[in-house]
Design a protein around this ligand. Structure first.
Ligand code: FAD
Length: 407
């Protein structure tokens, strides 16, 4: 019999265990190691948090409801606290110019090691290869079934993550545990994902990117765009990726049209006027030179001229009005149709999960079952790339740990 059982040894479960102040705690992990998703985060270096102010930080989540839900947790344990916590425990975290924060070691394993050491110091147990398959509450106690084994506890934390990258252990089985206990689950969908494009024309230049592309998003058969976003855009083998695509993929459906710029801009109409002036000037420049001066890479210029079928060696004065207008429009709003998102296997996070209105946002305790808590990505929130998701896992875990410890 344990005071607390935590199901899931990921960012949320480990941080909760590392901050609990109770006499006994057991962490159940279905995999043969803990923190498998942390290990692949930030390209193996773990972009652990972000220097944005808490106000801006909260805006990086799916919608206003998520922002409101996470507010007490983030204000209670913001970025600065994460930096202090790890530093106090022996790992320096370094903010980069773009606001992303990484461990000094640039190794995700060090983040796991610190939490694991803290858990061991408290005498808590981590049980590997132990998947929770059923949970019931009888009287004051929870009974957790893991195959043939059964564990009992007074407080239960479900921190089983979402459904993305299932090979890391987050296979969605946690949703069934929450359902067993009477919670409703908002249908999980892949989020933070690249997208596949119909009749994709940029395969040849996959790996190339456009800095600060301005992308307009349109639903199928609708003329009014539903979103405009600016950020780096990456060409992949099958479609588009990069922060501007990944961070907004939660809104994208199959059949949507995306119109992206191949040059940096924040205002397409203003840039169109600038381009009109450039393209109609009397300067003796080849079209290739003009495009290079607009900071477009050689590979993109080559492919762009093939797609639009113009000779990039021609001088501006020799281009027809028609082709100039076609080039300008395509530079500003190259249209593509979304085939599909890359599925859960390629999504960095899951949107959907345990409904926010069923959890007390100040304690992470279930509104349905006393002494049941949730932490991390199993909850229906999803943040942008940039360290927001791991910080949210830590902040929700911390508030759950504090609530349990106070009892
Ligand atoms: C490729 C990739 C890169 C990423 N990079 C970043 C980044 O740099 N910065 C950032 O902020 N976020 C990043 N993320 C997202 C971030 O890693 C997650 O949001 C975060 O790890 C979620 O933590 P969690 O503890 O809620 O879930 P998880 O880390 O998924 O942990 C859940 C744990 O529960 C275990 N488990 C599941 N079901 C059961 C069960 N039934 N019984 C027992 N154990 C179970 C799993 O094995 C797993 O260990 C990245 C994600 C991916 C996929």
């Amino acid at each position: 019999m344990f005071n607390t059982v935590i199901i899931g040894g990921g960012a949320a479960g480990l941080f909760c265990g590392a901050n609990l102040e109770v006499d006994t705690c057991l962490i159940l992990e279905s995999g043969k190691k803990i923190g498998s998703k942390i290990l692949i985060s930030g390209g193996g270096m773990c972009n652990i948090t972000n220097m944005d102010s808490s106000e801006i930080f909260l805006k990086k989540f799916g919608n206003k409801k998520q922002e409101n839900f996470l507010k007490p947790a983030i204000l209670n344990f913001p970025t600065r606290e994460t930096i202090n916590w790890f530093e106090k425990n022996g790992l320096k975290l370094i903010p980069r110019e773009d606001g992303k924060v990484f461990p000094e070691t640039e190794k995700a394993q060090s983040v796991i090691d610190i939490m694991q050491r803290k858990i061991a110091q408290k005498g808590y147990i981590i049980k590997y290869n132990t998947k929770a398959t059923k949970v019931i509450k009888n009287g004051e106690l929870f009974y957790i079934k893991c195959g043939e084994e059964e564990f009992k506890c007074k407080n239960l934390v479900i921190a089983t993550g979402g459904k993305s990258f299932p090979e890391t252990g987050s296979d969605g089985s946690g949703y069934n545990l929450a359902k067993d206990l009477g919670h409703s689950i908002i249908t999980p969908e892949p989020a933070l994902t690249s997208i596949k494009i119909v009749d994709y024309k940029f395969k040849e230049i996959s790996g190339n990117s456009v800095k600060k592309s301005l992308v307009d998003f349109y639903h199928k058969n609708e003329e009014k765009r539903y979103l405009q976003a600016c950020g780096d855009l990456l060409f992949t083998h099958q479609g588009l990726s990069g922060p501007v695509i990944i961070n907004n993929s939660r809104f994208v459906n199959s059949g949507d049209t995306l119109k992206f710029s191949l040059i940096e801009t924040t205002n397409k109409e203003e840039t169109r006027q600038t381009l009109n002036t450039i393209f109609n000037s009397k300067e003796k420049k080849t079209i290739k030179r003009v495009l290079k001066d607009l900071n477009i890479s050689n590979s993109i210029i080559d492919r762009f001229s093939e797609i639009l079928d113009f000779d990039k060696g021609l001088f501006l004065g020799n281009l027809s009005k028609n082709i100039k207008s076609k080039i300008i429009t395509s530079l500003l709003e190259f249209p593509v149709t979304v085939n599909s998102k890359i599925g859960f296997n390629g999504a960095m996070v899951t949107c959907g999960g345990v409904g926010l209105e069923e959890i007390n946002r100040k304690t992470m305790e279930s509104g349905k079952i006393e002494n049941l808590y949730f932490a991390g990505e199993i909850i229906d929130y999803d943040g942008d790339t940039g360290g927001y998701n791991i910080q949210a896992a830590f902040s929700t875990a911390m508030i759950a740990a504090q609530s349990i410890s106070r009892k």
